[in-house]
Write a protein that binds this ligand. Structure first.
Ligand SMILES: Cc1ncc(COP(=O)(O)O)c(C=O)c1O
Length: 379
């Protein structure tokens, strides 16, 4: 008898493990666009704020589950300034140990055995895997190029779905949802009686106009929550700090799971998050400038080598359609073997990701230029 609970068998094998192994075996320098996390350091003033916060011995105690009220007020102020949305810090904001735990715990708190949950495909795998672990039944929402990678909302009618997960700006397709899409979705959720989880962790990594929040739609708070993360906005992935805002009942359901699993984030990190959020403008701007340069270098280079590809308007991902008639895993393997360039194969994000690869702009510009040279030599 193995030690794995039955529910673990529902999780598909980790596709990237085999590719990681291949990468390890590749001789010479691999230029890795496959990883999805920011590569740069947290801005120095944020690190300094943390050093100061660490001296406060009050912060060495257990943190509260929902997070410090001062941090929740800072989130509410940031929301008001960035999206023009008013939030009640007491009930409509909760600090998280990174958005990932919140997404997982919210899914567990809201759907259970047999409940239907709408899952986009391709997508960040956590929504689907957590849904499967919780016993819920995923209802796949294909994200197609022909529909700008937005789900076809007519598929959600009369489906008795309890919760749908969406993520804009999107990983892996880099698509941005316009406010008009959110308006349509909220109206449908109200008519059909389902809840919406919008994962908005890439909201500050944009190159055109700032992406909207679903909570900008009138009445959205009746059925929606939105997740944010300091991981991407401030290069703080290792710190584990994020937050969820919106419908208070959904947040309470998530907190019930959280209270029985973990605690709130380390208070010194919350104190530092307050500092970062109050100064978002200056930090986020320089992080955007860095990704914009990388995006332009990669996309222009790819276009020159014959890829039919557009510059993404947000996120640090470039979603590229494979020209050759081969599947994304074979292509990824060939690319690694011939050029020592690593990417993420689209199939790793779901069946509708097949035919694509994802580049993450987490590689310095000089390496991106080298990668383009290698691609030129290959073709
Ligand atoms: C769409 C999406 N949501 C959530 C996360 C997790 O972010 P955090 O570091 O806040 O847990 C990621 C990280 O890659 C992501 O791509």
């Amino acid at each position: 008898m193995d030690c794995f609970a039955q529910r673990l068998k529902k999780i598909p094998p980790y596709l990237f493990a085999e590719l990681d192994e291949l990468k390890q075996k590749t001789k010479g320098e691999v230029i890795d666009f496959g990883e999805g996390g920011p590569d740069s350091a947290t801005p120095k003033p944020i690190v300094q704020a943390m050093i100061k916060a660490l001296q406060n011995s009050e912060y060495h105690r257990y943190p509260t589950y929902q997070g410090m009220i001062a941090a929740r007020v800072a989130v509410a102020d940031w929301y008001q300034g960035r999206f023009g949305v008013k939030l009640d810090p007491a009930k409509e904001v909760c600090m998280l140990i990174g958005s990932k735990e919140g997404v997982g715990h919210l899914i567990w708190g809201v759907v259970g055995y047999g409940d239907k949950i709408g899952i986009p495909d391709p997508s960040y795998p956590i929504y689907r895997n957590q849904a499967l672990l919780s016993g819920a039944v995923p209802s796949i929402l294909p994200l197609l190029e022909t529909n700008d990678y937005l789900p076809d909302l007519s598929r959600l009618r009369n489906q008795k779905i309890k919760l749908i997960c969406i993520n804009y700006p999107n990983n892996p397709t880099a698509a941005v949802a316009p406010l008009s899409f959110y308006k349509e979705l909220v109206a449908l959720a109200q008519r059909e009686g389902f809840y919406v989880l919008n994962d908005n962790v890439y909201s500050e990594i944009y190159f055109d106009s700032p992406p909207p929040s679903i909570l900008q739609v009138n009445g959205a708070k009746e059925c929606c929550v939105e997740f944010h993360s300091l991981s991407k906005t401030f290069n703080m992935a290792g710190w584990r700090i994020g937050f969820v805002v919106g419908n208070k009942n959904l947040i309470t359901a998530m907190l019930k799971i959280k209270q029985n699993t973990d605690s709130g984030p380390f208070s010194a990190i919350q104190e530092t998050a307050i500092f970062a959020l109050r100064k978002t403008g200056s930090f986020a701007k320089s992080i955007r400038t860095l990704y914009r340069r990388r995006r332009d270098t990669l996309v222009t280079g790819l276009q020159r080598t014959g890829w039919n590809i557009k510059k993404p308007a947000a996120t640090f991902f470039v979603w590229a359609k494979i020209k050759d008639k081969i599947d994304s895993i074979t292509f990824t393997r060939q690319l690694l073997a011939k050029t020592k360039i690593m990417v993420a194969p689209g199939i790793g994000f779901g069946k509708y990701g097949e035919g694509f690869i994802r580049f993450a702009l987490v590689v310095p510009e000089s390496k991106i230029k080298q990668a383009i040279m290698r691609l030129n030599r290959w073709h």
